[in-house]
Design a protein around this ligand. Sequence first.
Ligand SMILES: Cc1ncc(COP(=O)(O)O)c(C=O)c1O
Length: 377
Amino acid sequence: MTAPIFRKFAQPQLSEASIQAVADVLRSNWITTGPKVTELEQALSHTFGNRPTRLVTSATGAMEIALALCDIGEGDEVITSAQSFFSAMNMIVKCGARPVFVDCDLVTRAIDLAQVEAAITPQTKVIMPTHFPGALGDMDALYALAKRYKLRVIEDAALVQGSKWQGKPVGAFGDIATFSFHPNKNMTTIEGGAIVVNNEAEAQRVDILRFHGISKLPDQTRDVVEASGKFNMSDVSAVIGLHQLAQFDTFMAQRQVLAERYFERFPQLPGVVLPPNGQSGQTDQTWNMFCVLIPYENFGHTRTSFRNALNEAGIGTGISYEACHLTTVARHYGYREGMFPNAERIARETVTLPLHVGLTLGDVDEICGVVGKVLAG
Ligand SMILES: Cc1ncc(COP(=O)(O)O)c(C=O)c1O
């Protein structure tokens, strides 16, 4: 019998006030996109240096819209990291472009800019890096490269809402950034995402793209100006987001304390790689996940047996992430084992340990103790 998982690796914290606010929206007779969405967009925009911000139904949807905004399609190439969640790859493929993978740093998981530069061809239109908790890549170098080759950048910032580069929050600088409000993320709207763009013209195009490509005509009839899907967030979701945003700084401070405890108490074991902790003097980082790399075989384990042992002790874990270039979809483009060693090692060795605001320092101590015991055999 498996013990119940009382410590999931991620778990949202929904206040009673937010539950009450949902009931109020449900009673208001306006439950889909309305005033709460506008209010949350404005509040989020404020956190992104007042850049135009639009809510959508997921970060994946935000990426689909971002690629359309950059006019990406058949014949175009988009450079992205082999180590990420599948969304970027999927949306690149779905819009008809070619995903061009490159490797990432083993510790920060930031996209390898030398490999990005080497992969640029006349067909390249966009660089799509993913940010991971603990340290951002070199944003100045990334944007200098993009400028040199006249490329757009779509930052997958799903995991790093609130993280800063030289004092500026991700989203408050650069080109396009996309965020996720899935329950595992730094704040949640149940499902949801945001896209931060450069100017009002782009924001207005997002308004069209997120709702069937519809544009209203002066006589109040509608035209479809570009074929698009439906990505509009409901007020029910947005009101949860407003309450989450009000607690955001508290949530991040709690996550920071828990991450610091992991760094203090995680058993020192040969070959184990911890996430970056304020690398390159970057201190303003938020902690969405705590992922470690473990050479399981050295400890007489496989990742599955290790995860099962933690599961038996009531500790939920995850895998963040498999290597995108080794998925069936990517293999159709000729990608194979051995092409991106860091992404592949991360994919083999990574395990996501519990990190959410429902945890106590005692929980982290216990998790670190169980990890030590399991690996000690
Ligand atoms: C790095 C990264 N990007 C994108 C996504 C997709 O987010 P969503 O579920 O909001 O589409 C995720 C989800 O886990 C993610 O981890």
